[in-house]
Design a protein around this ligand. Sequence first.
Ligand SMILES: [Zn+2]
Ligand SMILES: [Zn+2]
Length: 248
Amino acid sequence: MNLHEQFVQLGKQYRNLAHQLGALLPEIYSSGIWEKYAGDIYEYARKYAGMASSTVKIALRLPGKLTEVPRVLEIVKEVGVRKVDAVASLITPENEEKMVERLRTMSKPALIEMGKEMRGTRSVMKIELDEEMQIMFFRLKKKLGLESNREVLRQLLVTPGSNFERKILSAENEGRSVSKPVVRELKSGPCFYCNEPAEIVHHLIRWAEGRAHRELVGVCKICHELCHNGILEKVDHKYQLYRQEALK
Ligand SMILES: [Zn+2]
Ligand SMILES: [Zn+2]
């Protein structure tokens, strides 16, 4: 094992332990056992576990936010108090199972991004178009040569501020990885979903279905997670398992 690998492995263990400590703290607090060893719970957590007071605060208020969703509380020891706290207010008994899955498979930045979208959009938003707007809309649809209204709207929402064209490409090469020129072309453009610079080549038609590189797009890292966790696209269970392992 080289130095870097050693560092990474210790880092993982360190985070794992920190998650477990955070999950244990509320019980320590309510039992009152800390009183024997420190002036207050913050001092106790710092003295015995090096926990920052901001983390202690989050750890202690978290159970109160999750009384309706006990399964989420159970995975705090796996993913840590901060990650759960980032989306705690959005979890309901109805979406509990889905959110537990997302907490396991999504990174914190992607969860925060998803949270912003969930707060703004409780369900489907309907836009009314009067006659004039409808005519404009259908003219644009014809001009763009698109079949679906949704796709026209997406183009409209993505286009402002973009100097690039969003591309959907195919690569003819065989094998697992996409040919280099295609990768380069997609990564030099914007994210297919949000216009940030693209970082990853993503298969709109999953590689596992047909083992071909069809309908490839460039996406940023956050949108990529949103794709594979059922927020921008259908859920991809294989990918979730793979990510779950990678985040451990
Ligand atoms: Zn992908
Ligand atoms: Zn993006």
